[in-house]
Design a protein around this ligand. Sequence first.
Ligand code: NAP
Length: 283
Amino acid sequence: MAQRLLGKEVTAALNEKIKGQVAQLKEKGINPTLGIVRVGEREDDLSYERGATKRCETLGVGVKKFLLPADVTQEELMKTIQAVNEDDEVNGCLIFRPLPKHLDENAVIKALAPEKDVDGITDGSMTGVFAGKAQGFPPCTPQACMEILDHYGIDCTGKKAVVVGRSLVVGKPAAMMLIKKNATVTICHTKTVDMPSVVKEADIVIVAAGRAGVVDDTYVSEGQVVIDVGINVNEEGKLCGDVNFDKVEPIVKAITPVPGGVGSVTTSVLVGHVVEAAMRKYM
Ligand code: NAP
């Protein structure tokens, strides 16, 4: 049976580190605070907001909400981003996306101050990821994957890694972060020929395809570490990953479950970024 790489174990360790940093900041009279910009009331956003707010509260981090109606004008939204940028109380900002279709998302992203971009959405943050520099912040999900590898002492140096998915939010930054960890990286996507053979060759596999159970026993081999980023709802209405857990788990060395894997680490990574933003500014 494969080792389960459990999000809650990684989160517990991250939370301890974050609490220590929050204590240091509070000693200097600084209360690290996350700004949340939400347009409308999409259930996905509300659910993520509840999780992030609760995690912030647990870790002693403040939350300041900037809530706008679904029919907000571009001008009003841009003014709100400006207000977030100028608000000294707010150290990092989460903007829920996608925004309603009448809004220009790129303009909103461009307007966000790079030092407050704790969700890694600005070009400045992405440049940091690709250059391997601490500029802005990496997107939280691929960083959560790296935190899992680090926590379980999985050394990437010299290892073959395959990332399934090439989105700017997960696949591409995950590949860059694995390169920084000295892995030799291949990225697969929908045009990859004979993906099972490519994935089988890897030591470390990160799957972010957005397709329930796309990676099954025909894709994997013994000794592999598999990180499943996917969050899908299956035909029975249950949460499941992009990896067919029941088929893959008996073969590989280690695997993240869904739920209970990457998703649960992502929120702590976000809160960690807010605290790091405050540390960069004040310490
Ligand atoms: P996305 O933007 O839809 O990108 C999916 C990528 O996977 C694309 O590059 C696509 O290739 C590739 N792909 C799709 N089907 C494939 C297949 N059958 N074989 C090979 N490649 C395939 O999705 P995303 O935003 O990166 O998210 C990926 C998954 O992660 C989703 O399940 C999402 O819900 C989940 N997610 C989880 C978290 C978390 O905190 N755990 C956060 C964000 C996202 P092409 O480029 O060729 O189309």
